[in-house]
Ligand binder design. Sequence first.
Ligand code: AMP
Length: 412
Amino acid sequence: MIKSVSGTQDILAENSFKWRAIENRIHDLMRLYNYKEVRTPIFEYTELFTRSIGEQTDIVSKEMYTFEDSGDRSLTLRPENTASVARMTIENNILRANPQTKFYYIGPMFRRERPQKGRYRQFHQFGIEAIGPKSAELDVETIMIAIRFFESFALKNITLKINSIGSKDTRDRYKEALKDFVRPQLDLYCEDCNKRFATNPLRILDCKKDAEKNKNAPHIIDFLEDSAKIYFDRIKELLIYNEINFEIDHSLVRGLDYYTDIVYEISSSDLGSQSALCGGGRYDYLFEEIGGQHTAAVGFACGLERLLLILEEIKYNFLQNSIDLFIASFDDDSRKYVSKLADKFRLNNVSVETDFLKKKVGKQLEYANKIEAKYVLVIGETEIKTGKANLKRMSDGFLQEIDLISAILPIL
Ligand code: AMP
């Protein structure tokens, strides 16, 4: 028996409608904000990720699925989509025609992490990228989209944390200050942090094991240049004006090299240890890192498996699972009639299921109940002769006679 790869999941038929419901919600929401969907390849040249995400990050140093193809080029399954969207934007010269460009994507990402609840090796992200302007209003728009997205599922217990990591220069100065703080007690820090100290000291702030020791660490916002400080103040002002609750988290630096200025994370206390639902920020260095011109950009990525975990926990009612109409039949004559009748209903946009197992009518109705059909019709000799039948509303048994020739479901 060949099994699925550890950390991957099948989306079974009883769950796929939930995915579609989430995806539909995303498409609807994105229309409201004028973001356009893009779909980039699942694999890219490895350099795209090493140059953008950064060699010293966990993703690049240990989590990428990288392989050589027969042309001896090193390819990598995308661990995230921001770099690909930036590459696509440069390659297709998109900003020239549209200096205010807004994209979104939904799709699988691949990281070789240790699988556990909420953490997979193939997982799905919904993300947005707003490219062109450097604008605090745009940064706040991206945050508001994420918040509105989660609110639209009535999620409670979500927290928005923000921080500013300023420019590269700020970060270089801060890294030294952080190292000066950690150095005297470095041997008390965990093994990973000892490695990070040399390679990626900012990540020391992410460490759960050493959180207590980091309590008195210097804050990066105290190292911001004046312009970055003003910019961050403007973002806070806009969030307050838009009545979006937030906390400032001095340990929030995000793992990736390409971020600048605002970084943010939305988490849910309903999620246990993998509590991050969404991470984002401004990434004005990314485009030049991969060979483009300096380009301002901001965006986020949300993990859809984690959203689904919460929705299942709160027993979110997806509704879309049910079908509109089940049509029961008695014999070959009525089955023949129903094959045409069902088709007529479907042409009128009504979803219909029928019986193919030749079960007794009573059993067919039990099945209609099981698949949560909203309405039921039973077609026999009389109904065929008169062209009329009683439509039964399953929620309360209400009956209404309808005309089978027009095959329209009345609004009851
Ligand atoms: P990141 O690209 O690391 O900023 O992640 C953005 C979001 O994607 C996180 O907040 C998670 O919700 C989700 N995510 C990241 N890695 C995984 C993973 N291995 N499995 C499931 N979801 C993930």
